[in-house]
Design a binder for this molecule. Structure first.
Ligand SMILES: Cc1cc2nc3c(=O)[nH]c(=O)nc-3n(C[C@H](O)[C@H](O)[C@H](O)COP(=O)(O)OP(=O)(O)OC[C@H]3O[C@@H](n4cnc5c(N)ncnc54)[C@H](O)[C@@H]3O)c2cc1C
Length: 415
């Protein structure tokens, strides 16, 4: 049992870290809570960085996880602009960049992830940008000016959201992607085409099956040369080719690391006093019966609190299904569950994904008639009904596929 003489240190002041601190106080932990983050800002949420903030429709104040005074009011020692450089497990201390050591009884690693960098000639030119932080979003927002020529490298979620924001701001947007469709690995070809069509309708030009050979420019990027030799003029470039988990501290501390910090279903690492949550955690998932690292907002929102409860000694089995959402132009979508790219045998639709300019439908990924994941596009308030289908599917129970397709059968009747 932890008392007021104990200290819990949280490394990483993003969403997972901030929500963990909040839960510690809500659960009545009376001891010291230290929340350490290397960014200058207090904890904030990243989804608006590629949506409302780029479009100028979201107020900057709305991105923060807590009001400015919350940390002091709840006796959370928030250290911004502070990097943890080492974890000394023997002494149970974290070492800060300025040499200070802070002792812990329990430690949470919520260090998130970093954009994968392109390693090609010219990658360091000014104007070649990545999107992870508020200052990144501010700089990219300024580059998406009316008439600007913007090249987005990577047609994943972030790349497509930037493309949408760029078009809505009047920029000329070209997207370069190594695959033959956007989001192909995540969604499969049928749904990938829905997103390709959506963006084409809004004037995005795609270069598929194409990589970047080099960026050219004199100090500042002026063009992007593709692997087939095509040269695209560019006033700005944004690269969104995936992220890598920030595991360096865990690795140096000798914790088990494998595509993230390896944790059990209570989010505990190979050291019983150290936990991990959010983008950095590769957690055993009791419903999916496998380890999974989820790089989405909801995993940070709910994983931070779950780790906090586990650190307080509560019995925790973190079994939230992976969930994420996107907004692009007028399209809004939510996805729940998990289907590996080669782990499903069919995609079943309720509604027609090709109907009109902004179709309303639900897609289900199935294996042997079992629902592995569901995605509602422009259809709302159905996630709670899809979730039991996904849980049943992962538990080995098939669904009546004819009824799944039939919009006249309430989803709630299928579970
Ligand atoms: C632009 C953008 C848009 C997104 N949109 C969506 C969306 O629409 N839907 C969705 O589901 N998800 C979205 N995501 C993903 C979601 O934001 C992440 O999954 C979430 O931020 C993960 O939270 P986290 O707390 O685990 O990590 P992070 O938010 O990365 O926070 C970790 C923090 O730890 C700090 N840190 C790392 N190492 C150290 C150290 N050694 N010392 C001190 N501090 C350290 C980092 O600086 C960072 O501030 C988006 C992400 C981005 C970047």
């Amino acid at each position: 049992m932890l008392t007021q003489d104990h200290t819990i240190v949280i490394v990483g002041a993003g969403l997972a870290g901030a929500k963990a601190a909040q839960t510690l106080r809500e659960e009545g932990f009376p001891g010291r809570v230290v929340l350490i983050g290397e960014e200058a800002e207090r904890p904030y949420e990243r989804p608006p960085l590629s949506k409302g903030l780029l479009l100028g429709t979201a107020d900057r104040d709305t991105v923060y996880v807590h009001a400015e005074g919350w940390y002091a009011e709840h006796d959370v020692d928030l250290r911004t602009g502070t990097r943890v450089v080492d974890v000394d497990r023997g002494a149970r201390q974290v070492l800060l960049a300025d040499g200070e050591r802070i002792g812990y009884d329990k430690l949470l690693l919520a260090t998130g992830s970093s954009p994968r960098r392109l390693d090609v000639p010219g990658a360091d030119l000014d104007g070649v940008r990545y999107l992870r932080t508020l200052p990144d979003s501010d700089r990219i927002g300024r580059a998406l000016a009316d008439g600007a020529r913007v090249v987005v490298v990577g047609a994943g979620w972030i790349g497509l959201e930037i493309a949408a924001a760029g078009r809505q701001r009047g920029a000329h947007v070209t997207v370069v992607e190594v695959a033959d469709l956007p989001l192909r690995r995540v969604l499969g070809p049928q749904l990938a085409r829905v997103f390709a069509d959506l963006h084409r309708r809004h004037g995005v030009v795609f270069h598929f099956n194409s990589g970047v050979r080099e960026f050219r420019g004199d100090g500042r990027v002026a063009s992007v040369v593709l692997t087939d030799g095509t040269e695209l003029p560019a006033d700005a470039v944004v690269v969104g080719v995936g992220i890598t988990p920030n595991v360096d501290l865990a690795e140096r501390a000798g914790l088990a690391v494998d595509n993230g910090v390896v944790v059990d279903e209570s989010l505990r690492t190979s050291d019983p006093d150290i936990y991990a949550a959010g983008d950095v955690a590769n957690a055993y998932h009791p419903v999916l019966d496998r380890r999974l690292r989820v790089e989405h907002w909801s995993a940070a929102l709910t994983g931070g609190p779950a780790a906090a409860r586990a650190m307080l000694g509560q019995q925790v089995s973190y079994d939230r299904l992976p969930y994420f959402y996107t907004d692009q132009y007028d399209l809004g979508m939510e996805y729940i569950g998990h289907a590996d790219p080669d782990g499903y045998d069919s995609v079943v639709f309720r509604g027609d994904p090709t109907a009109g300019d902004n179709p309303e439908f639900i897609a289900f990924w199935l294996a042997d008639g079992r629902v592995l994941a569901g995605m509602n596009v422009n259809v709302w308030d159905v996630v709670d009904q899809i979730e039991p289908l996904v849980r049943a599917g992962h538990a080995g129970k098939p669904v009546d596929v004819a009824k799944l397709r039939d919009p006249m059968v309430p989803l709630g009747d299928l579970a």
